[in-house]
Design a binder for this molecule. Sequence first.
Ligand code: TYD
Length: 214
Amino acid sequence: MTGTGTGRFIAFEGGEGTGKSTQARLLADVLRKIGKNVIVTREPGGTHGAEAIRELLLHPPGEGWGPQAEALLFAAARSDHVLRLIRPALTSGTWVLSDRFVDSSRAYQGGAGGLGDAAICELHKFGSDGLRPDLTILLEVDPERVEQRLIARDGDKSDAIGGRSAEYHAAVARSFRDLAEADPDGFRIVDGTGEPEQVHERVLAALTRFIGEG
Ligand code: TYD
C-alpha cells in the first residue's frame, strides 16, 4: 500500500532488555494497518556498513576500544544509517521506527562513559547533520525485572557493552531519564513493565499526536 502523508521518525530508547524491539514491531503492525509505509531498523546497524561497525563495537578485536574511538564508531555507523536509510525513507513519506538512535550515544558514551553530552552532540552534528527523531520513546523497566528478562534472552552471552557493570547500566538509566526530563517535547517516558500488549497501549497513547494525521 502506498504510504500517505509525512514520514515520521520514532526512536525507541532504554537500557538492555526493556522491550524496544518488541514495541517497535507492534507499532509497525498498527501503522501498516492504517496504510503507512514503515521500516523498522536498529542501531548500531541498519545498513551494510553500519552492521559491519556493529560487529566491531560489540565484539571488538584485541583489547577493545577506548571511549573516544567507541563514540566515533557509533557516530560513524549512525552517519551511514542516516544517509543511506533513514533520510531517504523519511523523504519518501515512510515512517522510520528505530531500536535506538543518538540518545543511546548520549546516555551510554556521553553520560555513563563520561565523555559528556556536548561532545556526543558535536559528533552527531558532523556525522548526521544533527538529525533528531520526531519523538523518542524512553522505555523504563526496573533493573531487577530487566535482569530476569536478560537471563531469559541472552543466558550468559553478553557483548562488550551489555556486559559492563551494574553501576555503568544504572548510570545509563539515569542519563536517559535526565535527557528525557530536559526535553519533554522530544521524549515520552513509557513504563515498560507488564505484558508487551499493555506496554504497546502506552506507546500508542504517547503517539496520539502523530497517528491519525494525514
Ligand atoms: P543491542 O543488542 O542492540 O542492544 P539491546 O540489548 O538493547 O537489544 O546492543 C547494542 C549495545 O550497544 C547496547 O549495549 C547499547 C549499546 N549502544 C551504545 O553504547 N551506544 C549507542 O549509540 C548505541 C546505538 C548502542
